[in-house]
Structures are given as C-alpha cells and as structure tokens.
Design a protein around this ligand. Structure first.
Ligand code: PLP
Length: 400
C-alpha cells in the first residue's frame, strides 16, 4: 500500500514557493543571491495595523471567533467592497479565511466532484490547477497568448466550456503576467458566461491595489452585475496591506457558497487567527494611504526594471499593467549555450543558469503553464533591482 494519497501524489509542491526556498537556502550557505522570485510585498505591515493587533491581544481577543470571521471583520469587508469596488454585499455574503489560498482551496473543496472541470487560463497562478486536482477535478488549461496581452479571450473561453465545466477562474490583476482586464474584455467574457449558467466564476482580485499607468481594476461583477449570483470574489490583506504572514483572506459571493465554505472551515481551521482578524479590521477600515505609497514605489521599480532589462538581446518584456512582476519573453535566448557548456533548451534551463552562474533567482514560465518566459518580481529595493538586472544582462551576454 502507498503511504500518500493518490490525490496528493497528483500535485507538485508550489514551484514559486520552492524557487524562493532554494534562493533562501543558497543565501544561507553564504551565496550572494539576488532574489527575484519574491511573491510578496517587501514592505513591513503598516504600523497602525500592528498596533490594532497588539491592542487586540492585550484586550483578550485571543479566542476562537465565529467561523466566518468576527462580526467587526465581516462588516469591514462589506464596507471595503463598497468603498473600493462599488459592490454591495450583505453580511451573509462574505467570509474570512486564513489567506486567499485557503479560501480558494475551501471554495473548490466545497463544490467540486470527481470529473468536474475547472477552467484556468495560462499563464496562471501556480496553485489553481493543483488545488483543482486535489479535489478530484480536472483543470482545463487554456493556453496563453502574448498577443492578447496574456488575457483570456471570449473565444478561447467559449471553446473551453463543456457540460462538465464547474468553475472558471479569472485573475485580474494577473500573477504572473501583470495583465489587467478592461471593461470591454470583461464584458466579452461575461457575454460568453451568460450562455452557460452552470459555470461558477471565481474572480481572484488579490492584486487589485497595484495597477499602473491608466489601468483601473474592475471585477467582472462591476461590469456584469447579473453574474454576481454565481461569482465568488477572492481577495485578502496579503498583497495590498503587506500582510502575507498574517494569513488573512476573504471571499464575497452568493450566501449558498459562503455557507458551504463556512461549513468546511468549521471542520478544518475553525476560523482565521483572531489577532490577524483584528489587524485586518484596521487594514480594511483604517488609513488607506499606505496603499497609495506602496503603489507609487512599485510603479517606480517597475519602470526601473523595464529600463534595466530593455536592450538585453534575446529578452523581451511587455510592460505589466498590474501586480509586481515582469513576465519576460526569453525565446531569443533558447538554443544558446553558456561558456561552461550548459545548453538552454527551456526557460527552466535559463532560470537554473541564472541562479547558478549569475546568482539571480527567478521563476520559469513553465511553472505558470506558459513558456518560454521568466517571472521577475520587482518587489525589491531599487539597488537590488539594479544589481539583479546587471547580473542577468552580463549572464545573457555570455550565451552563444
Ligand atoms: N492569488 C494570487 C494570484 C496570488 O498570487 C496569491 C499569492 O501569491 C494568492 C492568491 C494567495 O495569497 P494569500 O493566500 O496570501 O492571500
């Protein structure tokens, strides 16, 4: 008999977490690694949020809360959705969880049966397909296309939908491509989805606050309110408020789905940490200026990284409209060889070469279901961005 479940054996450890762990391990061994795999803000959590958590602990908010999250937190989420997104949700249509990933897992686990299909378009956040697999469903991957700005098109969505389709997962702003869907693009998807009322829509909006130039974050529920009844918005405190370690996410959607997620949480994690909940109330309901400050800094770093990478022969970067990653096309570097004789057959070979020879950690596009690309996080200080890009440039120049 095998020790591990077949379901567990059907998935991989998160490749972005693994790439980050490897970079940290090499660093611990004394290697001077520049880490461009970072999938989280490098900022610390704003002080007013820390203070709220500290006060909560002092006041004895150290007990289990309602499975859905405290009333104060659910009220703060409802108010946040109205203020930031112009969306009206009732208290029984929101639920907090221990991170967006936890919410996504619970939503899929609460709804999927064997044979169900979950539509995911590449490049995708690494966890969607594996969470679907863990829950006995089949991820249906729509190939990515750089010429459509890495975005899912109405036509591709229509072709992917079958009678087994249970969910389609949308992610705007997108990790890893930085794509931000416009009103027109969302309207086109909504038109297709209207024809398939059995399909649930998951809208992962965790990067909503980080959009650049003239881009503006919209949820599909903003442009197609008629789809609200079968859309689950997933969001959280991790990215917008630099709170990844607090593990606090939430969902907003029809009460039947919210109840189902709550039922499952009551049998798994019971509720998110009461202290993180108090912090999240301060985050969602308190001073919002740190977000604008962080966005401005990310905008400058994005510009700098694009400038630094521009002109590296073989590497081509579209300007991301959102999130904090550049998804660089490296087709021009494949087929080349390093002075040490390493052959670049794939983006993964290139990522390994950059790590071993240039001490720069990146994540290959393969992890996101789209090659040949590298994801480069610009969630690092300017001098780190400069040095990392200088190393990449030097390493790429030696490829022949
Ligand atoms: N969705 C996307 C697209 C992400 O990139 C991440 C984190 O990397 C998450 C969801 C989950 O974040 P968390 O579980 O910290 O809320």
């Amino acid at each position: 008999t095998q020790l591990l479940s077949s379901r567990l054996l059907s998935i991989q450890p998160s490749p972005s977490i693994a790439a980050n762990a490897l970079a940290n391990e090499l660093r611990a061994q004394g290697r001077d690694i520049i880490n461009f795999t970072i999938g989280e803000p490098d900022f610390d959590t704003p002080p007013h949020i820390i203070q709220a958590a500290s006060a909560a602990m002092q006041q004895g908010d150290t007990h289990y809360t309602d499975t859905r999250g405290s009333l104060a937190l659910r009220q703060a989420i409802v108010s946040k959705l109205l203020r930031d997104n112009g969306l009206v949700y009732d208290l029984d249509e929101v639920i907090a969880g221990s991170g967006g990933k936890h919410i996504i897992y619970h939503a899929l686990a609460a709804t999927l049966n064997a044979g169900d299909e979950v539509i995911v378009h590449a490049p995708y956040w690494v966890s969607y397909p594996d969470i679907a697999r863990l829950n006995a469903a089949t991820p249906v991957i729509i190939p990515g296309d750089e010429s459509s700005g890495f975005k899912l098109t109405a036509q591709a969505l229509e072709q992917a939908i079958t009678p087994h389709s249970k969910w389609v997962i949308l992610n705007t702003p997108n990790n890893p491509s930085g794509a931000v869907y416009s009103r027109e693009e969302l309207l086109a998807l909504a038109e297709v989805l209207r024809l398939h009322p059995q399909v649930l829509i998951m809208s992962d909006e965790i990067y909503e606050h980080f959009v650049y130039d003239n881009a503006c974050h919209l949820s599909i529920v903003n442009v197609a309110p008629d789809l609200k009844a079968r859309t689950l918005i997933v969001n959280g405190a991790s990215k917008g408020y630099a709170m990844t370690g607090w593990r606090l996410g939430f969902a907003a959607g029809p009460s039947v789905l919210i109840k189902a997620i709550g039922k499952l949480i009551s049998q798994t994690t019971t509720c998110p940490s009461s202290i993180s909940q108090a912090a999240a109330v301060a985050a969602f309901a308190g001073d919002q200026t740190p977000i604008a400050q962080m966005r401005e800094i990310y905008a400058q770093r994005r510009q700098r990284m694009l400038e630094n990478l521009d002109g590296i022969a073989g590497l081509r970067c579209a300007s991301p409209q959102g999130a904090f990653y550049i998804f660089a096309n490296v087709a021009g570097l494949l087929g080349k060889q390093s002075p040490q004789g390493q052959y670049m057959a794939s983006d993964t070979d290139l990522a390994n070469y950059l790590l071993q020879e240039a001490n720069v950690a990146t994540v290959s596009g393969e992890a996101y279901g789209m090659s040949p690309y590298l994801r480069l996080s610009f969630s690092s200080p300017m001098d780190v961005i400069d040095e990392g890009c200088r190393r990449i440039s030097a390493a790429c120049r030696t490829l022949r």
